[in-house]
Design a protein around this ligand. Sequence first.
Ligand code: SF4
Length: 629
Amino acid sequence: MPRFYGYAGRILRIDLTKERVRIQELEGDLARGFLGGRGLNSKRLYDEVPRHVDPLSPENKLIFSTGPLVGTMFPTASRFNVSAKSPLTGILGDSNAGGHFSAELKFAGYDQLVIEGRSRRPVYIFIHDDEVELRDASHLWGEDVYEADEALRREIGDRRIQTAIVGPAAENGVKYAGIYVNLMRPAARTGMGTVMASKGVKALAVRGTGSVEVAEPGRFERLVEEIEEEIYSHEQYWPRRRMGTTRILMMANAMGFLPTRHYKSGIFEHAYEVSGERLADEYNVKTRGCFACTIPCSRFYMVRRGRFMGLYGEGPEYEAQGAFTARVGNGDLDLALKAIDMCNRLGMDALTTSECISWAMELYEMGLLTKEEADGLDLSWGNGEAILALIQRISRREGFGDILADGSRAAAERLGRGMELTMQVKGLDLIMADPRGLKGFGLGFAVASRGGDHLRSEPFIELSDDPKRGEEMFGIPEATMRLAYKGKGKLVSYFEDWCAVIDSLEVCKNIMENMEILPFKRAAEVIEAATGMRMSPEEVRRCGERIVNIERAFNVREGITRRDDYLPRRFREEPLKEGASKGSIFEQEPMLEEYYRERGWSVETGIPRRETLERLGLGYAAEELGLIW
Ligand code: SF4
């Protein structure tokens, strides 16, 4: 077996249909071309999940990957990606989470875990280094995430195990169910939990006793020290430590892009009442970090009074906080915490859940949905009782909840109305930023390989509104100005490549990208010190570009073209009516065309050109897609 530094060098394959476990060597050329984590997953999905497979069939594969830095002392190297064809969107599905699960899987000796087939009975998978068992999980089926976690720890008799669990929502086939690690850290998006439950798997429980060896320990340690110093002295260190991502809510409101009442406005009159500042001052109990993290940005809260007194949990993060406050018109922070806690316990994505509910609320306001159709619930904005009732109903697929359990796009199809009001791209519901007030982000939502998502590009730099940065980086001052549209194609493709590298090294974007700690040049040094793979900064960026292109090829094979890369009509045709982004609309066409040209994709179809794929070593994808130019 070749010697791998940084990597464990092994892939664990579990065929549930045949109840067979195999350990394979990691392919060295894949590590070099796709780095790890998300990149490795996307490549394997392309190679092993054929076109038009039913996402909930045994032919779909559920793939977990760690990265080459995970398990080392490198700050924030704690994350994993889990990927499969998505039951929510029908295209590439993928989600990323932190916590301690990824490091434990690496310590057990695996870079990647590929779950195939379908079990005939409910099981959980217990991995203890080289021992891998499929154990009966009939007694856990139906338990919520917290209950199942506690039961597993008791049964295995080792509290140091790390778990990844699905809740009742996944078992009931809600198409946006997630996989939960560290109890409250979900890989929530695109329905990866739904795929896991469809395979009959309730949980993974992992215990590893190995370690990770790096290629150049002295150099690696020096790089870690230098990076840690930079993080500790960064101006964002303390705000992030105090509030995590919840600090964004007040800023989004001040800049006029906080999605309020289903994106009808960009400002929320109750913003302070539901803010990160209030959470920090009145609810927070302590901080907590992921494995090897220098900024423990996660917080534990407790509700100290009122009808939810005693409710406690980790987080929330901005997306969930905004989703159950401004988006649904709710100014009661306690209620929002209760809604998020319910989503976590039941195991479903808070963002998609809130999009479904806020979409229904808008239809109700417009008279397009009656109280009877909504199971007698009064869906007026901010009605807490209706919000909590709908979360429960969705998780059980009961009544109107059954209609919402497949996501807003499918709900509109089933109801036969409201499609234009669904705030989604390619079936994935949009995040908590109005693209009319943040246009680079908006372009990122339009073209992201997993649907309407910010984490594929997250061009945070446009929040600076600093034309000097745009001029320096792209030769276009407007590229880094949030309300301008020029230069966004260059901005988004650069940040997409960067995010693909960050996701494949499985380090945290909050720090490594948002705080500009790990640009391509430094990433090249870190990769070499950890793995021994020598790469120039340009080659590292090319890995990111290759990952973006293999993901696009997967989606093109499923039928995606330019016509799918559009934001909902509201953003393109209705200017924001108030706040600091007043009057702004999303100029889709020029941004999209600049992006395709920058990427080397056809402007007419949005499909990568043959020469682009061949330049990236993806000629086989060009062959399969039948590209003639
Ligand atoms: S910054 Fe927060 S989310 Fe990122 S690794 Fe650290 S604790 Fe985890």
